[in-house]
Ligand binder design. Structure first.
Ligand code: PEP
Length: 248
């Protein structure tokens, strides 16, 4: 039985003052819940997250990571630096990174590998655009994104990671994949992994992300292959994030 996992992706939001209330609220609100919970905060607030969440059952992580170990890469943050801050997770391949910052499948695979080497748990995002869904190439797109990581890092690496299926058309739009649409792609991801290793597939946690809210979380997470959520907008409101964690 896979334990449910809920991660908040704060994106580029927050301030020391607003984060303090949010972190305290989440820490207290999920203290007695069964799901595993994490928040992925902007880099400057990692220290604040560490201070506010240390000793709690909420882990913290980053929203991206450099594919390089160290060196002359101005503006980048390495996986070992994140590990130094007590990060447990790093999101890689979020659609905003893929579309605005040119993270190709091979860059995402390199970031995944860098995170693994530093003992971080990569949260690998995959998902199709609306245009790709309408052209009926969802399966091909998601498989291509997944295969880039499998061929670079090997199937055993996936056992130590988390995958998030995030249809791009549902991120921040208020449109949510129906439980059936999401389940279909989650099952496809699991089947692709099972072709390589049935054991890894059975244990792999696959999150859904894309306008998950308290009102739709329960139904989505009741699907057999949906093991939790990657939450954007609703992770900025403590009560909403806690309600989603409770649904998990
Ligand atoms: C995300 O950014 O990963 C996300 C799922 O955002 P939202 O929940 O706002 O759609």
């Amino acid at each position: 039985m896979r334990k449910k996992f809920v991660a908040g992706n704060w994106k580029m939001h927050g301030s020391l003052a607003t984060n303090a209330a949010l972190l305290d609220g989440v820490r207290a609100g999920v203290a007695s819940l069964a799901a595993e919970v994490a928040v992925c905060v902007p880099y400057p607030y990692l220290d604040q997250a560490r201070g506010a969440l240390g000793g709690s059952n909420v882990a913290w992580g980053a929203q991206d990571v450099s594919e390089h170990a160290q060196g002359a890469y101005t503006g980048e943050v390495s996986a070992t630096m994140l590990a130094d801050f007590g990060c447990r997770y790093a999101i890689v391949g979020h659609s905003e990174r893929r579309s605005y910052y040119g993270d190709t499948d091979s860059v995402v695979a390199a970031k995944f590998e860098a995170a693994m080497k530093a003992n971080l748990v990569p949260i690998l995002c995959v998902g199709e655009t609306l245009d790709e869904r309408e052209k009926n190439v969802t399966a091909a797109v998601v498989t291509r994104q997944l295969d880039a990581v499998i061929s670079r890092c090997g199937i055993a690496a996936l056992a130590k990671s988390i995958v998030a299926y995030e249809p791009v058309w549902a991120i921040g739009t208020g449109l949510t994949a129906s439980p059936e649409q999401a389940q279909e792609v989650h099952a496809l991801i699991r089947a692709r992994v099972a072709r390589e290793d049935a054991g890894v597939a059975a244990g792999l946690r696959i999150l859904y992300g894309g306008s998950m809210k308290p009102g739709n979380a329960k139904e989505l997470m009741a699907q057999p292959d949906i093991d939790g959520g990657l939450i954007g907008g609703a992770a900025l409101v403590a009560a909403d994030f806690i309600a989603i964690c409770a649904a998990a």
